[in-house]
Structures are given as structure tokens and as C-alpha cells.
Design a protein around this ligand. Structure first.
Ligand code: NOJ
Length: 547
């Protein structure tokens, strides 16, 4: 079987998340486009990643950066044509890269023709029935509000329809009515359209909220799962090598249901792990990470978690306790401007105080813990953010290619760009850019390429089981990833100071750790705990081989 037909490709993938808008502008209109992305494919492939996840690119008024879709089966004209998109997908495939897109399944833009028809159609008509309406804003009271900073209610009055419509996100994003078979059929059509275009995977946005029922919190309802199984049946029947990725910001026990019996989504994001990586780092205590890993249930063998450090949204703090949230805000968002909804709108490097060792440590965990890693564009060069841009725009600024005008992103006048570039002295494009880091042997970019290459050498890091080890030191995390063929030992010091650790490795007595980056052979393992000293924020990946 060629890699292209390998149905479980997502289990050993490394995903690079990028916005067409933010990458490279070939038309000088201040927005990145598909042709620009095409031109930069060698850069993406050169990172060593195996898949590209594109943020929404369908026609949209862009009030929620494309998560407000006005037409499911097209390309936003600013980003290019459907043909440009096809050519990009084909060129990515030629380089062995998979392409993952978005299926924004829960809602549309209020500019979508379905919504415009619905509000003008009489109550009870088939057109009106595409969305969820009510005469009062009192229904489904138990559903929480997600965009707490901007939306006072999940209901908004529509003066044309003379009724309230339901929306879990912005008021300009009405929720589709999944009790209507016509809606269910339309979304299957949209899914097939993109799979026929050649997309290898689709991220299912906001998947828990499809169905509403009185007396529930309107999340994870059985009817939602039934619909996902319908989608999956179509995928299995017609597109057996494609992948569905669930976006459900919930506890792992709840997200587990989205894998079904291996017959719903192939992948799901692991949201709660992410804040705990940051928490453990700042607390210099591995327990938050260990606890969440221990609470993570087993999943069917054809499924995989997607794990990440940062993405295009705020660093969500929904999946932590109130006390932990206060801690995270105090430690990572002292300035209230950094906070948004229930989270923190910052990028990786500034969150970590631009501490290279800390960035490497968290990246090493991203690449060695179970789950398919997702790297957010720009984090591979340590890009900064702009917390003054409003909403989540501060982490969606143009890619910084070089020190030229507009960071090499666009030749449009700076005033025309969709967003200003990061231009401060620490993270600005003159200091942080791809061209400079390509020339610098010890840059973050070159380090990222090396560690990604190492990760790809060891399939065990993708598919191996996880065993957490005792180390005798709460600051030091140690775990084994194992397959029938191989065992890898990972040891990571979450402290900013030197630490001793003594992982219990007795089961490997008579073998020795070999450090994978440099090949250094460590002393043979005996029956006693295995003593190691670790520098500040240091980590090791070891192969275990006979002495
Ligand atoms: C989740 C997406 O990640 C976010 O960017 C978007 O605003 C909401 N879903 C609504 O579509």
C-alpha cells in the first residue's frame, strides 16, 4: 500500500496548522492566497511535517475569520479560485503532504443563502426549518454561553422573521437545525464536495452542539452521535483513507464518545492536556500532566488524539478548575488585555517569556506524548503576538518570511494588509523571520526541523503505548512509549533549575539508554532506580538497547 492509500496515516502524522490568509500574498491585495501557499509548500514540506491543516477558506463575510460560512462549496475570492485550491491540494500530495480542511458543521453565517431564505420564509415552511427558531428566548436555558465576552444570550431576535434564532457562537452565526433531514443531507453533500476535491481530512468544528433538547445542556446528545455515525458511514463507504477530526472542548471521558466504537470520528483534539502543559511548566510540577494523562481513557485502535500547544484561538481555560484558571491568568496573562472569553490570547513564545529552553521543552513533550502533534504556523520560528488587535486576531498576524517590507509576506502597501505585522523589537519581523533562521544553524527553526526528523524516525512515538514512571522528583516527568519492537524512554525536567531524577527502570535491567539526538550511550540499567541529572528545562529521548 502506498502512503497515500494508508488509511491510518493520521496516527503517525505531524500536522502544520496554517491560515491561507496569513501565509503569503501573491496578488498584492494584503491577504495571503492559495497561490502563495503553493509557493511556500517547499518550506512546509521542509519542516518535516506530514499534513497541512487549513483554517476555513470558503466564501464568508469573515466576521469570525471564516467560521461564518456563506457558501460551503466554494473558495473565498480573496484567497483564489477553486482551481487554485485544487492545484494546491495536488501539489501538496505530490510532496507527500496530506491536506486537512474544515467542515463548519454547527452553524453558518447569517449571510448564507439558507439563512436569508429562512428568515424571509413563513414560520413552519421548509426554508425556515433550516435553523432553530423560537418565539421566546427562554428555551434551552441550561446551555452555557461560549463567547462570554460578546454574547449575552444564545438567542437573537430577527426582525424579519419576527422570531428568535439559536446560536452557540456569535449572533451572526445561526445554528443549523439538525432535526431537519434536509440540513443533514446538505452537510453530507458539503462533506462529499470537499472529499471529492481531494481533501484528506476534515475538522468538524464545534461538533458537540448540533442538537438541542429541553432539560439538557444541549451538548453531546445521542442524536448528535447518530448523525456523526451517518457521516462516518459515507466516509467509510466512499473515502476509506480520509479522516474526520472532532473539535470538542471537553474532558477526555466526554470526548471519548466522539470516537464511538471506532465508527464516528477518527481523531479528536485533547483539549485539557494543553493548559496543563503550561501549568506544569510554571509550577515546576509534573502532577497536572500526569493527572490528565491518567484520566485519559483508552480509545479504539483506529483512532487518535490530536494534541497541540497553541492554535488560532485563545488558550482555552474551560477545562481547568476555578483555582487553576486563576493561577493560569495570574501567571500567563497578568495584563487583562491578554484575556479573552475563558482564555488567553497569546502565542507560544511570548507565553513562555521567549525562553528558548522552555519552548524546546514543551515542543519535545508535544512530539513525544501520545497523540498526533499539531504545530501552529509561526511557532516554529517563535513568532510573537499583538494583544491589542481585538478578538483572536493578535495570534493570526502575517507569517514573517524575512526582514523586508511587510516581512516578505506581501508587496501591498502596509496599510492594506489584513493585519499589521508583529513589529516590536523582540518579536518583530526584522528580528524573527524564516530567512534569518534558515541561515542560523542554532535557530529555533533549525532545531524544530531536527526534532521533527527525529520524531519521524521513531514510529513508536506515534503509535506506542504510554507508561508513566516514578522519578522520585515531582519536577521530572518520565514515561516509556512502547511497541512490540521498541521501547523509548522520555525524561523531562519541568523545573528552571537543575534537578536529579531516578526513574524506576528495573524492568529494563541489563539494557542501556541511548540518547537519540546524539547517540550517546548511557550506563547499563540495574535493579536500582536509574540516576540522572537534568539541566534547567532539559529533556532526553532514549532508545533502550541491550548493553
Ligand atoms: C471553534 C473555532 O476554533 C473558533 O475559531 C470559532 O470561532 C468557533 N469554533 C465558532 O465556529
Amino acid at each position: 500500500m502506498t502512503p497515500a492509500q494508508e488509511p491510518l496515516w493520521y496516527k503517525s502524522a505531524i500536522i502544520y496548522q496554517v491560515h491561507v490568509k496569513a501565509f503569503f500574498d501573491t496578488t498584492r491585495d494584503g491577504y495571503g492566497d492559495f497561490r502563495g501557499l503553493y509557493e511556500k509548500l517547499d518550506y512546509i514540506a521542509g519542516l518535516g511535517v506530514t499534513a497541512v491543516w487549513l483554517l476555513p477558506f470558503c466564501p464568508s463575510p469573515l466576521k469570525d475569520d471564516g467560521y461564518d460560512i456563506a457558501d460551503y462549496c466554494g473558495v473565498h475570492p480573496t484567497y483564489g479560485s477553486l482551481r487554485d485550491c485544487d492545484e494546491f491540494i495536488e501539489a501538496a500530495h505530490q510532496r507527500g503532504l496530506k491536506v486537512i480542511g474544515e467542515l463548519v458543521i454547527n452553524h453558518t453565517s447569517d449571510q448564507h443563502a439558507w439563512f436569508q431564505a429562512a428568515r424571509h420564509a413563513p414560520a413552519g415552511s421548509p426554508e425556515r426549518d433550516y435553523y432553530v427558531w423560537s418565539d421566546t428566548p427562554d428555551r434551552y436555558r441550561e446551555a452555557r454561553i461560549i463567547f462570554t465576552d460578546t454574547e449575552p444570550s444564545n438567542w437573537t431576535w430577527d426582525n424579519v422573521a419576527k422570531a428568535y434564532y439559536w446560536h452557540r457562537f456569535f449572533h451572526h452565526q445561526p445554528d443549523l437545525n439538525y432535526d431537519n433531514p434536509a440540513v443533514r443531507a446538505e452537510i453530507i453533500k458539503a462533506m462529499r464536495f470537499w472529499l471529492d476535491q481531494g481533501l484528506d481530512g476534515l475538522r468538524l468544528d464545534a461538533v458537540p452542539y448540533l442538537i438541542e433538547r429541553e432539560g439538557t445542556n444541549c451538548e453531546n446528545l445521542p442524536e448528535t452521535h447518530a448523525y456523526l455515525k451517518e457521516l462516518r458511514t459515507v466516509v467509510d463507504e466512499h473515502y476509506p483513507d480520509r479522516m474526520l477530526l472532532a473539535e470538542a472542548n471537553q474532558w477526555p471521558q466526554d470526548v471519548r464518545a466522539y470516537f464511538g466504537d471506532g465508527d464516528e470520528c477518527h481523531m479528536a483534539f485533547h483539549f485539557p492536556l494543553m493548559p496543563r502543559l503550561f501549568m506544569s511548566l510554571r509550577k515546576e510540577d509534573t502532577r497536572p500532566i500526569r493527572d490528565i494523562l491518567q484520566q485519559t481513557p483508552a480509545i479504539p485502535t483506529n483512532c487518535e488524539w490530536a494534541i497541540f500547544l497553541r492554535n488560532h484561538d485563545e488558550l482555552t481555560l474551560e477545562m481547568v478548575t476555578d483555582e487553576e484558571r486563576d493561577y493560569m491568568y495570574n501567571e500567563y496573562a497578568a495584563d487583562p488585555q491578554m484575556r479573552l472569553n475563558v482564555g488567553i490570547r497569546r502565542r507560544l513564545a511570548p507565553l513562555l517569556g521567549n525562553n528558548r529552553r522552555a519552548v524546546e521543552l514543551l515542543t519535545s513533550l508535544l512530539l513525544s506524548l501520545p497523540g498526533t502533534p499539531v504545530i501552529y504556523y509561526g511557532d516554529e520560528i517563535g513568532m510573537g503576538d499583538n494583544i491589542y488587535l481585538g478578538d483572536r486576531n493578535g495570534v493570526r498576524t502575517p507569517m514573517q518570511w524575512n526582514g523586508d517590507r511587510n516581512g516578505g509576506f506581501s508587496r501591498a502597501d502596509a496599510a492594506r494588509l489584513y493585519s499589521p505585522l508583529i513589529a516590536d523589537p523582540v518579536y518583530g519581523y526584522q528580528a524573527i523571520n524564516v530567512e534569518a533562521q534558515e541561515r542560523d544553524q542554532s535557530s529555533l527553526l533549525n532545531w524544530m526541523k531536527r526534532i521533527i526528523a527525529v520524531r519521524r524516525r521513531y514510529v513508536t512515538l506515534s503509535v506506542g503505548t504510554l507508561e508513566l514512571l516514578e522519578t522520585g522528583n515531582h519536577s521530572v516527568l518520565a514515561f516509556v512509549r512502547r511497541t512490540a519492537e521498541e521501547a523509548l524512554l522520555v525524561v523531562a525536567n519541568l523545573s528552571r533549575f537543575v534537578q536529579p531524577a531516578a526513574p524506576v527502570l528495573a524492568e529494563f535491567a541489563g539494557q542501556r539508554p541511548i540518547e537519540v539526538m546524539g547517540g550517546a550511550e548511557f550506563p547499563c540499567i540495574g535493579t536500582e532506580p536509574y540516576f540522572l541529572s537534568l539541566g534547567p528545562h532539559a529533556f532526553f529521548w532514549f532508545e533502550i538497547k541491550p548493553c
